[in-house]
Design a protein around this ligand. Structure first.
Ligand code: PLP
Length: 429
């Protein structure tokens, strides 16, 4: 495959951007090779700077649930842009957006818009601390909640991909309040809660984890977690930055049948524009300024272009819930096809999938937490990634990321992906 323009752009980028990229995983450092520079995308396809076409399973790490350059979203942004790109003052559109979110997620009483998933999680944690008057919180190893200091302890995504154990710049004063245990390990949660009785403000979790590959919650895990939080006065935060509006109109809360106290959003809620949000129970949310003293703010929060993009996409998802059935059927078809070719290859593998989130681990043991994900044959995944890329299939460049499907994928795309996997496995094994 000719990637000369991408290679030239990467060399040029390294002179003016750290590592040539604006977010670490994009650099392909762990899988090796040259990152592909993209020029445009449409529906299920990406086109790079050399004119190569790829079937996309990253979808901007989740937001492009109906595919790239989705007509109604593009038109809405274009129309809105002529009214100004930012006011820094309230608009009717923000009210409509908040009402729409509330209609899709019934246990959200109030919702505040921010500009990224990081901001959403950081603000939700501050709010939980302010509300409870406690400092400590529990996060699960391998979960990623953005790059705010308290979350960069045993984090997933790029932090796991680059095997960064301690992030320089995060002080002990901050990280000492971050308690961690294995995902799905309810006994470890109980131990931490007992050892730190009355000191834990929040437990934050990715309800279906996507930042160590796709990891599903064990049966009953969230029922127990919910019970513990209620009994101990701990705020349960569902980080739905990946799962929100993707697993169901009401996100993982609806799909798993569990109510969190606070929920954070990103990705789909912005349709690819820089948007995040956090919301939840009135009693907690009314502690946020200007109602309460927990300060949180943003010049570009509720930005009109970001709001109209997200609003248009969410409206589409709410008015046509059949999209979720279609997405799930497509993902299950892909899973069955991958299963077939992986079994034929005789290499050990695990496929974890829920809704339109899926990932393959080259593992001979179940993958249920970070340790089991990390002990899979991730060197083989890296080879698989490149073999797939050479065949025009763009997977996340790390075994510690989930694959996201868009509803723009056709049966032919899924068949092409399965054939590419079959050929790739023949090449690399
Ligand atoms: N939370 C989760 C579950 C995420 O996957 C991410 C990003 O991938 C974030 C938070 C941070 O979001 P952002 O990159 O928009 O800051």
């Amino acid at each position: 495959m000719n990637i000369q323009n991408s290679e030239r752009l990467f060399e040029r980028a390294k002179n003016s951007i750290p590592g040539g990229v604006n977010s670490p995983v994009r650099a392909f450092k762990s899988v090796g090779g040259n990152p592909i520079f993209l020029k445009r995308a449409e529906g299920a396809y990406l086109y790079d700077a050399d004119g190569n076409r790829y079937i996309d399973y990253i979808n901007s790490w989740g937001p492009m649930i109906l595919g790239h350059a989705y007509g109604p979203v593009v038109e809405a942004i274009q129309k809105k842009a002529v009214d100004s790109t930012s006011f820094g003052a309230p608009t009717e559109l923000e009210v409509e957006m908040a009402e729409l979110v509330k209609s899709m997620v019934p246990n959200v009483d109030l919702v505040r818009m921010v500009s990224s998933g990081t901001e959403a999680c950081m603000s939700a944690l501050r709010l939980a601390r302010g509300y409870t008057g406690r400092n400590k919180f529990i996060k699960f190893e391998g979960c990623y909640h953005g790059h705010a200091d308290p979350f960069l302890v045993k984090a997933g995504s790029g932090v796991a991909t680059f095997n960064i154990q301690t992030v320089p710049g995060v002080t002990g004063g901050v990280s000492n309040d971050t308690l961690t245990c294995a995902y799905n390990d309810i006994e470890a949660v109980k131990r931490l809660v007992t050892e730190n009785k009355g000191e834990i403000a929040a437990i934050i979790t990715e309800p279906v984890a996507g930042n160590m590959g796709c990891i599903l919650p064990a049966e009953g895990f969230y029922t127990e977690l919910r019970r513990i939080c209620t009994e101990e006065g701990i705020v349960l935060i569902f980080d739905e930055v990946m799962t929100g509006f993707r697993l169901a109109p009401g996100g993982a809360q609806e799909r798993l049948g569990v109510d969190a106290d606070l929920v954070t959003y990103g990705k789909v809620i912005g349709a690819g524009m820089p948007v995040g949000a956090f919301g939840g129970r009135l009693e907690i949310m009314q502690q946020i300024a200007p109602l309460g003293a927990v300060y949180q703010a943003g010049t570009l929060s509720g930005n009109p272009l970001a709001m109209i993009a997200g609003y248009t996409l969410l409206q589409e998802l709410r008015s046509n819930p059949g999209i979720y059935t279609e997405l799930e059927q497509k993902t299950e078809y892909l899973k069955a096809g991958l299963q077939r070719v992986l079994e034929a290859s005789r290499t050990p593998f695990v496929i974890n999938q829920l809704g339109s989130m899926i990932s393959v681990h080259f593992s001979d043991h179940p993958v249920t937490d970070f340790a089991s994900a990390a002990s899979a044959n991730n060197a083989l995944f890296n080879k698989f990634f490149h073999a797939m890329l050479d065949r025009g299939v763009y997977l996340p460049p790390s075994a510690f990321e989930t694959w996201f499907l868009s509803n723009a994928l056709t049966q032919a795309d899924l068949d092409a992906t399965i054939s590419a996997a079959e050929e790739s496995l023949k090449e690399i094994l």
